[in-house]
Design a protein around this ligand. Structure first.
Ligand SMILES: [Fe+2]
Length: 301
C-alpha cells in the first residue's frame, strides 16, 4: 500500500469518527452545557470543522492542538462524572426528576467519551502519539532524589500519589493566576469587595500550592514547577482574554474551583488507597477551601 493510499484511508477514517463525534456533541449539547463545558465543546467543534473542510491537513491539525483538546474534554467529562457520582453518594436523590436528569447526563457523557476515544484512536494511525507526553512535559518528575523515606508506603504508591499531586498543583497554580488576573482587572460597582475577595483567594492558593509541592518532595519526588508543565497538566481552563464583566469573572472562578475540588478528590482517593493519610488530610483541607470559595463566589453573583 502506497503512502498516499494509506493517508487517504486514514483521512476517511478520521472523517468518519470526527463526524460521529460532532453529531454526538450536538446531540448532548444540553448536558455538556449544564456541566460548563461549552467552551471546550466549541473549540473542539471548530477544530473538527477545520480539519474536515481540509483547510489544514489532519497531520497539521493534530500537531497543532487537536490532541490536547480531545484529551482535555475527555478529562473534563471524566471529572464531571466523578463529581456527579460524589453528589449522588453524598446526598441520596432528593427527587426522581433530579435522579433521571443525572442518569441522562451520565449516559450522554459516556457516549461523548466513546466518540472521543474512537477519534483519538483514528488519529493515532497518523503516527502522532496522542497522550500527555505530546506536550513534551512529564506529568511529574518520577526521579527519586536519593533520599528514600520509609513511611510505610511502597515506592509505586508514592509515585502514584506524587503524580496526582503534580496535576493538582498545576490546577491550583492556574487558579492562583486566574484569581490574581481578576484581582488586578475587576471593575464595576462591587470593585472593592471583589478585589479583596480575589486577593484572599489567590493568597490561599499561593500557600496551598507551596504545601502541595512540598508534600510531593516529602514523599520523595521532584515537583513540576515550570509554566510549560503547569499549562500541560492543569485542568483549569486558561483565559484567552479578560472576561467582559465581573459576573463572568465570578462564573469562571466558580467553575475553576469546582475543577480543583474534583482534582483534590481524585488525589484523596489515590492517597487513601496508598495509606497516605497526610496527603488525605491535605486534600480534605483543599476541598473545604474550594467548596467555601465556590459558595462565596456564587453568592456574589
Ligand atoms: Fe493587590
Amino acid at each position: 500500500m502506497s503512502a498516499t493510499t494509506m493517508k487517504n484511508v486514514t483521512k476517511t477514517e478520521f472523517d468518519k469518527f470526527a463526524a460521529k463525534l460532532q453529531a454526538c456533541l450536538r446531540l448532548h449539547e444540553e448536558a455538556l452545557k449544564a456541566e460548563g463545558l461549552e467552551d471546550e465543546v466549541k473549540e473542539l467543534s471548530e477544530w473538527i470543522d477545520q480539519v474536515s473542510a481540509g483547510s489544514v491537513t489532519v497531520i497539521e491539525a493534530l500537531e497543532m492542538h487537536g490532541p490536547q483538546n480531545l484529551l482535555h474534554l475527555k478529562e473534563r467529562i471524566a471529572l464531571a462524572l466523578e463529581e456527579q457520582q460524589r453528589i449522588a453518594e453524598e446526598s441520596p436523590a432528593v427527587n426522581r426528576k433530579k435522579d433521571k436528569e443525572q442518569g441522562k447526563y451520565a449516559a450522554a457523557f459516556h457516549d461523548v467519551s466513546e466518540a472521543l476515544d474512537q477519534l483519538i484512536e483514528a488519529s493515532s494511525s497518523f503516527n502522532i502519539k496522542i497522550n500527555k507526553g505530546d506536550t513534551g512535559v512529564k506529568l511529574v518528575t518520577p526521579v527519586e532524589d536519593g533520599q528514600p523515606i520509609d513511611s510505610g508506603i511502597n515506592d509505586e504508591n508514592r509515585a502514584e500519589v506524587a503524580e496526582a499531586l503534580g496535576s493538582m498543583l498545576a490546577s491550583t497554580y492556574s487558579l492562583y493566576v486566574k484569581s490574581l488576573f481578576y484581582h488586578w482587572n475587576v471593575t464595576g460597582p462591587h470593585f472593592h469587595s471583589l478585589h479583596n475577595l480575589f486577593e484572599q483567594h489567590y493568597q490561599d492558593l499561593h500557600e496551598a500550592g507551596d504545601e502541595v509541592a512540598e508534600r510531593i518532595r516529602a514523599i520523595g519526588h521532584f515537583t513540576p514547577g515550570t509554566l510549560k508543565a503547569f499549562g500541560a497538566l492543569s485542568k483549569v481552563q486558561d483565559d484567552d482574554e479578560l472576561p467582559g464583566s465581573a459576573e463572568d469573572m465570578l462564573r469562571n472562578l466558580k467553575k475553576a474551583h469546582s475543577v480543583c475540588a474534583a482534582e483534590a478528590r481524585k488525589v484523596l482517593n489515590i492517597a487513601e488507597k496508598a495509606g497516605d493519610e497526610v496527603t488525605v488530610d491535605l486534600m480534605v483541607e483543599r476541598m473545604r477551601f474550594h467548596d467555601e470559595a465556590g459558595w462565596m463566589l456564587g453568592s456574589s453573583l
